[in-house]
Design a protein around this ligand. Structure first.
Ligand code: ADP
Ligand code: MG
Length: 695
């Protein structure tokens, strides 16, 4: 049977239904899927090596014998390390696995068995080791020395060699190749390799370019990576131009209340705040819907900027709503709004999940007759019954917690209301371009005057007591503190116990200190009571899970102690740290690490001692943890890359992005003949709404 791109796997010679089913469980259904299952590395057999000659950083392939296979627990956790000791006649070396590739991976190996090891040599505490190398049976055709052999991700029952063999069959027998969809001029201008050639090369690389292939830097790689980025950017570009072509509300240029607020503040707005507001003002008066993201580090004063926008909406006789990710935060905004906006005549309402039915009815009435100007709440705002008289502006705080869908639902509550989105997760430049490619961005890169930098210390568990004493000494001087415990989903119960147990212990240990406990499982009213007590300084220390991560603002709190800091991502640590350093007193952040953390983790966390710049933290986090951290539920397309990597391939991303925006700029409706394939592909990939602005 002739193979076509959509031919199912099971019809490939030597496959059959059983293997076919195995493949489709891993998302590979047809010939095209298989061809797009790119090698994750290449084994260079020309560089035959022995163990004694290994050096840190070498990527090598060598033959050796198994001496032992063992496993043991990692520190005190239940995670297992697998350890395979191998030798040749020059020496021995360990192969370590911190996550098991799959069940049974190690059962294949017997002591004394000859194997081939492919991997990178790592220096671990002065000793050379392999971490997660590939261990393979020695093949009979090993003397094929001059080859660059593709290595595929292995799964149970699907060895790299088996996958490779199937792909080679396809390459030989397939009767068609994926069609070029990019316009010829684009391909030429960027000197891109033809798509079919790139696909072929990735599976059958030229050995002389071995190093390029292993670094994802061959021309074949560049071609495929470019295309993956290009589709996403084209989508974002079209969405953006769609948004820009919509009609929106034009707010009036007169803004007496905004002026009054600015004049009444006990401090000066920072230049960054002023600039952001200026950009917002321009958008709001333009007659086109605003879609603006304000990015600013924790404590940079985003709330105030958003209140100014709300006042501008008020001055133009429109209503505003503000959605926050947690009840605590919604209430804090509500209290601030009452404090700062009430005397300007703004009537504010609060709506959360705990608002009683009777109250809700009242709010609904006041919303519909325009009595409430500014509604603040949690995602309860999205519910159907929340109907405005004339919603003009939607503010979303800490956007990364919400999805795009929710933005859409809020949008329908008005006639093209303006959108202002605020985030304190500084998104690395790389990601902002892609994740928020459809939004305009304002950056608040300046802290209000008079803040003293937070001093950060990373310590071991053994120093915990002195750290607590340090905390108490500050409490005796009238300051307040947080102690935060991680809440990791899979072990939620244990962690909860951690915070609660610790709270009980601390009360006994320091009877003079007033402790409060806050965690996600408490009733909203209880949470609220604790938070209020803390804010009013009826409590000295808040023992908490990460519910306080975002937004909470208590300027008298100057100590943040984070337990098990090794379990947090850096951006999260940065957020937590941002809860202190909000007032005039010097603040401290103490990050406590367990005994059993790896060198790598230790270095990662110690990075926090050196920088207080959220953007730097985010860049670093992105490098080591990948983009998932920043995505929320925003762009599933972004994590769907088969080959592209936002950090490694940033340079290609920039080019692809410019190309996409340029094409749409010159041919906004993608009408030209050359762009037909783009138009069709965009529709196919993202549905007809992707082109709503264009069509
Ligand atoms: P974030 O950007 O993290 O949301 P907030 O809006 O909560 O920060 O502001 C943090 C604190 O800084 C608040 O107490 C706020 O009143 C104060 N603040 C905002 N702008 C200024 C300013 N220009 N000068 C001094 N303090 C400010
Ligand atoms: Mg905030």
């Amino acid at each position: 049977m002739a193979l076509r791109l959509e031919t199912e796997i099971q019809y490939i010679k030597g496959v059959g239904p059983k293997l076919g089913a195995l493949f489709s469980r891993h998302g590979i259904r047809n010939v095209l899927d298989l061809l797009q299952n790119y090698p994750r590395a290449y084994e260079d057999r020309r560089a035959a090596r022995n163990i004694a000659s290994l050096q840190e950083g070498d990527v090598v392939s060598l033959r050796a014998r198994v001496m032992s296979v063992s496993s043991y627990n990692m520190g005190r956790s239940t995670r297992k390390i697998y350890d395979v000791l191998i030798r040749d006649n020059t020496g021995q070396i360990r192969c370590k696995y911190f996550r098991t590739p799959y069940k049974g991976y190690f059962e294949r190996f017997q002591n004394g068995q000859e194997i081939r090891v492919v991997g990178k040599v790592t220096n671990y505490r002065g000793r050379l080791e392999f971490h997660h190398p590939d261990l393979k049976d020695v093949e009979p055709d090993e003397d094929l020395k001059d080859a660059l052999i593709p290595i595929y991700v292995e799964n149970e029952g699907l060895s790299s060699a088996k996958i490779s063999k199937m792909i080679q069959t396809c390459l030989n027998e397939v009767k068609e190749w994926p069609q070029e969809k990019l316009p010829l001029s684009l391909v030429q201008k960027n000197r891109l390799m033809a798509l079919d050639e790139a696909l072929y090369r990735l599976h059958c690389p030229e050995p002389e370019n071995g190093h390029l292939y292993n670094e994802f830097k061959s021309e074949a790689h560049r071609r495929v990576i470019f295309e993956e980025f290009f589709w996403l950017e084209l989508y974002l570009a079209s969405k953006r131009s769609g948004l820009k072509s919509e009609k929106g509300l034009a707010f009036s240029a007169a803004e007496p209340s905004v002026k009054k607020l600015a004049d009444s503040l006990p401090f000066k707005l920072t230049n960054a705040q002023l600039n952001s507001y200026r950009e917002i003002k321009k958008d709001l008066e333009s007659g086109k819907p605003m879609n603006r993201l304000v990015q600013g580090d924790v404590g940079s004063g985003k709330t105030l900027v958003s209140f100014m926008a709300a006042l501008k909406s008020f001055d133009s006789n429109y209503q505003t709503c503000l959605m926050a990710p947690t009840e605590i935060l919604a209430e804090q905004h509500y209290k601030n709004a009452q404090k700062q906006l009430q005397e300007l005549g703004v009537v504010t309402g609060l709506l959360t999940g705990k608002t009683k039915t009777k109250e809700r009815q009242e709010i609904l009435d006041k919303l519909q007759n325009g009595e409430i100007h500014f509604l603040i709440g949690t995602h309860a705002l999205i519910e159907d019954w929340v109907q405005f008289q004339n919603l003009g502006l939607v503010i979303i705080d800490e956007q990364h917690r919400f999805g795009v869908a929710q933005r859409g639902l809020l949008k329908n509550k008005g006639q093209s209301p303006h959108f202002l989105i605020m985030t304190a997760t500084p998104i690395p430049r790389t990601l902002a371009m892609t994740v928020y490619g459809d939004l305009d961005v304002s950056i608040i890169n300046e802290m209000p005057e008079g803040r003293t930098p937070i001093q950060t210390r990373v310590i071991n568990e053994s120093k915990r007591l002195p750290a607590l004493d340090f905390m108490v000494s500050h409490i005796e001087r009238g300051r307040q503190a947080y102690i935060v415990y991680p809440l990791v989903e899979e072990s939620e119960k244990i962690d909860l116990k951690n915070a609660t147990e610790e709270y009980e212990k601390l009360k006994v240990q320091f009877p003079k200190v007033r402790f409060g406990l806050l965690h996600g499982k408490m009733k909203p009213a209880e949470k609220d009571a604790v938070m209020t007590d803390f804010r009013e300084h009826k409590l000295d220390v808040l023992v908490s899970t990460t519910v306080i991560e975002v937004g909470v603002d208590v300027p008298n709190a100057t100590i943040m102690m984070i337990e098990h800091a090794d379990r947090f991502g850096l951006s999260q640590l940065h957020q937590l740290r941002g809860r202190v350093g909000r007032g005039l007193h010097k603040s401290f952040c103490v990050m406590i690490m367990g005994y059993a953390v790896s060198q790598e983790t230790r270095e990662r966390i110690e990075f926090m001692e050196r920088t207080s710049d959220g953007f730097k933290v985010a860049e670093f986090d992105l490098e080591i943890r990948g983009p998932g951290e920043f995505m929320g539920s925003r762009q599933s397309g972004l994590t769907g890359f088969k080959m592209a990597n936002l950090v490694r391939d940033f340079e290609i991303l920039k080019v692809a992005r410019d190309a996409a925006f340029d094409i749409l700029h010159r041919d906004p409706l993608l009408k030209s003949k050359e762009n037909q394939a783009l138009r069709e592909e965009l529709m196919k990939a993202y549905g007809p709404t992707a082109l709503a602005g264009i069509a």
